[in-house]
Ligand binder design. Structure first.
Ligand code: G1P
Ligand code: ZN
Length: 549
């Protein structure tokens, strides 16, 4: 190609991907060659040199946040210069994270680049992100993200084609030199997959029957178009059931994180005498979900357990589950369901990438994280709208309310009271010191009494992947009590400012008479012990968490 250019560049030292790709402030991404360096590092680390990339398909899309479209144009130019033969891009640069995963798998692509900083705010002063997913549709392994980082430290040049902007507004094919660009409707392939998994007839009957109402909050982010099409157009939910369904580059100035702190309007509609029967929200890039019933909040850990317990009611899972997995800080609610079903339950480090091998090997069917993430082997990402459809299918099949289903679940398995306390934007060295100090003493804690609890085991969680044998260390400090209660500490790997300390607290309650407390009350002693043990105020200067979920 005549207009292919090789541009000399210098490495940046800060391109180490975190829990989910490289996330930084937009203005850092706007530095000269910053994006290009990282993209070329991906291509180099995945060995897509000019020759090897031929015939390989690259899937591209993002959550529509500020800088999405500019970055996508650059990546398309670089893909052409790096020898890709075909790019599949979402119309207007849009693809939700689960839809990107679906498309990578469906078209047997080499992989995909997803532009998103998930639930982090968007806009010129806010966050941007980029991540690479491999041929299985899932986030790059740690080994690969390490390799990308090493490339980024050595990079000396990148390849790019000089051309006008590509038309991404219309679906269809166009050529860029030898490379074909296919612009696809972002929803179609994903909607088809959902139809294969769920009983659309039954859900439609529920949503159009006149006795059931739902609200879905798209949070001005990517899931809006998916929810309008699937919930309203295909399943018949009345127009208006989807709130904030138009993606905006700055998410309307709000924080597209589906939790009670940020989906306040939805919460209002789910509270009081005229509350809707079912409420849900999804995040910036469409992989997270929050589930609500009328006057009822379902914790993500409980949601995973309920989906596992009711999977036989859903066509795509009616043959049974091979196994389940949860991230380590997620509550043990799903473990109890797995034990009752007689299937394995795996405990992995935080981050969806750790589920990939288990899903690929067929060892698990469902998995989830306490951070509003649930998913299955249908793609290799967590999937917000999938969880919503799963719940709707279960509600349609059982004909009971969300609250009734949860109450019955707790009576059978006990309730895993759960809360997460986040201390945000803490000075990085103070947060590190706190973790270091705790790490120093962690091995000596087993056997000690802590308030009314006795510590059975305390360690720094490490994980050996049962499929490929790779191991990941220092994945969070765990304190396990003899009665099953737990306190867990870890530092966030997705923040873009300072450090975020996450403290996860849970306790198991088998007495039905005690299963309807406020979690902050039910866990009050453990919450106090957690902050004393780690001397949180001493290290962070904070007497209380910034965000409690
Ligand atoms: C957070 C969540 C984690 C999730 C990740 C990406 O990571 O805790 O479960 O996989 O976002 O959505 P963290 O900031 O804790 O590293
Ligand atoms: Zn997300």
């Amino acid at each position: 190609m005549t207009n292919r250019k090789t541009i000399a560049t210098e490495p940046y030292s800060d391109q180490k991907p975190g829990t989910s790709g490289l996330r930084k402030k937009v203005r850092l991404f706007q530095q000269a060659h910053y994006l290009e360096n990282f993209v070329q590092s991906i291509f180099d680390a995945t060995d897509t040199g000019v020759d090897s990339a031929s015939d390989k398909i690259l899937v591209l899309g993002g959550d529509g946040r500020f800088y999405n479209i500019e970055a996508l144009q650059t990546i398309i130019r670089m893909a052409a210069a790096n020898g890709f033969k075909r790019v599949i891009a979402g119309q207007n640069g849009l693809l939700s994270t689960p839809a990107a995963s679906c498309i990578i798998r469906k078209y047997h692509a080499f992989g995909g680049i997803i532009l998103s900083a998930s639930h982090n705010p968007g806009g010129p002063e806010a966050d941007f992100g980029i991540k690479f997913n491999g041929a299985n549709g899932g986030p790059a392994s740690e080994e690969l993200t390490d390799a990308i980082f090493r490339q980024s430290l050595e990079i000396a040049q990148y390849h790019i084609v000089e051309t006008e902007d590509i038309d991404l507004a219309r679906t269809g094919s166009q050529q860029l030199g030898d490379m074909r660009i296919e612009v696809v409707d972002p929803v179609t392939d994903y909607a088809e997959l959902m139809q294969q998994l769920f009983d659309f007839e039954r859900i439609r009957a529920l949503l159009t029957g006149g006795t059931f109402s739902m609200r879905f909050d798209g949070m001005n982010a990517i899931t809006g178009p998916y929810a309008h099409r699937i919930l309203e157009q295909q399943l018949g939910a009345p127009p208006g059931s989807v709130m904030r369904g138009q993606p905006m580059p700055d998410f309307g100035g709000e924080h597209p994180d589906p939790n009670l702190a940020h989906a306040t309007d939805l919460q209002r509609r789910m509270t009081g005498g005229d509350a809707a029967d079912f409420g849900a929200a999804s995040d910036g890039d469409g992989d997270r979900n929050m589930i609500l019933g009328a006057n009822f909040y379902v914790t993500p850990s409980d949601s995973l357990a309920v989906l596992a317990a009711n999977a036989s009611l859903v066509p795509g899972y009616s043959d049974g589950l091979s196994g389940v997995a949860r991230s380590m800080p997620t509550s043990q609610a799903v473990d109890r369901v797995a034990a009752a079903l007689g299937i394995p339950c795996f405990e992995t480090p935080t981050g969806w990438k750790f589920f990939g091998n288990l899903l690929d090997a067929g060892q698990i069917t469902l998995c989830g994280e306490e951070s509003f993430g649930t998913g299955s082997d249908h793609v290799r990402e967590k999937d917000g709208l999938w969880a919503v459809l799963f719940w709707l299918n279960v509600l349609a099949a059982r004909g009971e309310s969300v609250a009734d289903i949860m109450q019955q679940h707790w009576r059978r398995y006990g309730r895993d009271y759960y809360t997460r306390h986040d201390y945000e934007a803490v000075a990085s060295d103070s947060a590190q010191s706190l973790i270091e100090a705790l790490r120093q003493k962690i091995d000596s804690l087993a056997g000690q009494r802590l308030g009314n609890y006795e510590i059975e085991l305390a360690d720094d969680f490490s994980y050996t992947d049962p499929v490929d044998g790779s191991s990941s260390r220092q994945q969070g400090l765990r304190i396990l009590m003899r009665d099953g209660a737990r306190i867990i500490y870890r530092l966030s790997g997705t923040g873009t400012e300072g450090a975020t300390l996450r403290v996860y607290i849970e306790g198991h309650e088998t007495d039905p008479a005690l299963q309807n407390e406020d979690p902050q009350q039910a866990l009050a002693e453990l919450i106090g012990l957690a902050s004393q043990l780690a001397e949180i105020e001493h290290y962070t200067g904070r007497s209380a968490a910034d965000v409690v979920t």
